[in-house]
Design a protein around this ligand. Structure first.
Ligand code: FES
Ligand code: MG
Length: 588
């Protein structure tokens, strides 16, 4: 297809009405060898938003892959201009990488809006890089396509698959129980990272890249191809080619990121057993593109969908197996067979998701199961509410048999339990006190983590999954119910209730809870309630207000302070509130 409208980049590079500005805009892009003829040829300028670097090992393969993308762009008649995105490394950034998602978003919006770019290849991978890029593409609304760098190959330790994050949670328990030493602990951790790429479990990275594909923003099959495979470089090339065509077809994120696309992503997230960070990030993307999506949509659309992808932490396998079994297209095909997907949703391939994936073959039915033989029935997220928060989510696919036996087997009240609250104010407080015998934690306790939402712990900490104290681990009790206003790593297998909104630091009632309070969790009514008399709430509220509100640590950097002043709650996507009104700005 040929272009029908003037390219956006021509306003910079080829504007005879303003030769002075054109010369200024143009001349510096000549100084590394581009020619005036190229830049004024009417060829689309395709940005490559580079998230990989030495600081971001998960996305580092994209530095090399971008070369194939450039070749694709060139072969399709475009000109590639690569530029850096603010780096985000999930495991390397303190206090948490989540504080950087909105910063990378802001930076990318400025670049895409302010420079001569007609379309963009969004390179993604590590957890927050994918939503940051998609949020920016949604705001700016230039033709955009996702290229992920791909997951690591499978890790192995003592003959068993060792998955990112998951093996570390496991090793941490073994270390606490005294069954391994520090050296073996480190060897187990390292075994899960055998090659370049992002986490090989169904953590937030594989989830968000799968959802980018389910949303229609990447070519089919893109999410799961391991970073070192040849197909990864091949799809990097195809993605570059397609980016140029998207500009010529004027196919933009707003044409793809529709309400139907988000519903498709929720369905896929449920079927793959996706990370609990997904509702936060999808909410953010939807708000920036102007699509209504409510946290309760997750339960309405997803809850009854079975978990069919057998990947750690909920299952057994890892990313290589996911790809070999068929990846996202195979999962989508299963959902289509059941009528659980909007087949007509458009994708960056120029075809609908139904056209892309209908009939896609499952190559290994132990990795991608059938609906008749799932890993778990009804595995989507529950959306909880109650007198401690307005909403929180629970990943039911990680409820283990041990947990079910201990907490959910009362024949009188099979889906509910009560416990004594043990309340921690942030991860440091938890680490200091979890093993303190004075708390006398037993299997009838519920661990609470607060002060860890977007304001309390800038960006929201991934700390709600708390291990039981050493003295319970030694008795064989591994899991206690955990509830909190922070997030949880997507690689954690804990059946926690998390993302509680509003957080304690925003005045949520979690701030009023005290260690020793009785709390009831009812999975039938989807409620969590502290069993406190009304007068007690009021006197605690008055005391908290007299003390100046829920205390949280001071900001350590300027950005932490700026973000705290304008960030929304996890339920609402943790977006910068004042950014949401800026939509489709490339056209303005
Ligand atoms: Fe980067 Fe998991 S730490 S993908
Ligand atoms: Mg994480």
């Amino acid at each position: 297809m040929t272009k029908t409208t003037k390219l956006r980049s021509q306003a910079w590079f080829d504007n005879p009405d303003n030769p002075g500005m054109t010369a200024l805009y143009l001349e510096r892009y000549l100084n590394y060898g581009l020619t005036r003829e190229e830049l004024q040829s009417g060829k689309p300028i395709i940005g490559i938003a580079q998230t990989g670097s030495d600081l971001s090992p998960c996305n580092r393969p994209l530095v090399e892959l971008a070369k194939r993308t450039r070749e694709g762009i060139r072969d399709a008649g475009g000109i590639a201009i690569e530029f850096p995105v603010h780096p985000i490394q999930e495991t390397g950034k303190r206090p948490t990488a989540a504080v950087d998602r909105n910063l990378a978003y802001l930076g990318l919006v400025e670049i895409l809006y302010g420079y001569p770019i007609d379309g963009v290849v969004l390179t993604t991978g590590c957890d927050k890089t994918t939503p940051a890029c998609l949020m920016a593409a949604a705001t700016v609304d230039l033709p955009a396509i996702v290229l992920t760098g791909g997951p690591m190959i499978n890790g192995w330790y003592e003959g068993k698959r060792a998955g990112s994050g998951t093996v570390i949670w496991k090793a941490r328990e073994l270390l606490a129980e005294g069954r391994i030493d520090y050296a073996e602990f480190m060897a187990m951790a390292a075994a899960s990272a055998p090659s370049p790429g992002f986490c090989n479990t169904m953590g937030t990275a594989t989830t968000m890249n799968s959802l980018a594909e389910a949303l229609g923003m990447s070519l089919p099959g893109c999410a799961a191809i391991p970073a070192p495979h040849r197909e990864r470089a091949q799809i990097a090339y195809e993605t570059g080619k397609r980016a140029v065509e998207l500009v010529r077809e004027d196919l933009k994120p707003s044409d793809i990121l529709t309400r139907e696309a988000f519903e498709n992503a929720i369905a896929v997230c449920s079927a793959i057993g996706g990370s609990t960070n997904a509702p936060v990030h999808l909410a953010a993307i939807s708000r920036h593109v102007g699509v209504e999506l409510d946290i309760r949509d997750w339960q309405r659309i997803g809850e009854e969908i079975p978990l069919i992808v057998n990947l750690q932490p909920a299952g057994e396998y890892l990313a290589e197996d996911y790809h070999r079994a068929g990846g996202v297209p195979a999962v989508v095909a299963r959902l289509i067979e059941r009528g659980l997907l909007h087949e007509d949703a458009m994708t960056v391939s120029g075809r609908t998701i139904g056209e892309n994936c209908r009939g896609a073959k499952v190559e290994d039915t132990d990795v991608i199961r059938t609906f008749e033989d799932p890993i778990q029935e009804a595995a989507g997220f529950r959306v909880m509410a109650g007198n401690l928060f307005d909403s929180a989510i629970m990943k039911t696919s990680t409820i283990t048999d041990e947990f079910r036996r201990r907490y959910l087997s009362n024949p009188e009240d099979p889906e509910a339990f009560e416990g004594r609250a043990i309340v921690f104010d942030g991860p440091e407080d938890y680490h200091h006190r979890i093993d303190d015998p004075a708390l006398s934690i037993d299997e009838h306790c519920i661990l609470f983590m607060r002060g860890t939402g977007p304001i309390g712990y800038p960006g929201g900490a991934e700390v709600v999954n708390m291990r039981a104290p050493d003295y319970l681990l030694k008795r064989g009790i591994h899991e206690l119910p955990c509830i909190g206003d922070g997030r949880q790593s997507g690689t954690s297998g804990s059946p926690s209730i998390l993302n509680a909104s509003p957080e304690a630091a925003a005045g949520g009632p979690l701030a009023l809870l005290q260690t020793g309070d009785r709390v009831r969790v009812d999975l039938r009514a989807n409620r969590v309630d502290a069993l406190l008399p009304e007068g007690e709430w009021q006197s605690r509220r008055a005391a908290l207000e007299a003390a100046g509100g829920y205390p949280y640590p001071a900001s350590q950097t300027p950005w932490q302070e700026i973000q705290r002043g304008c960030v929304d709650q996890l339920e609402a996507g943790m977006v910068l509130k004042s950014a949401v009104k800026y939509q489709r700005i490339a056209a303005k």
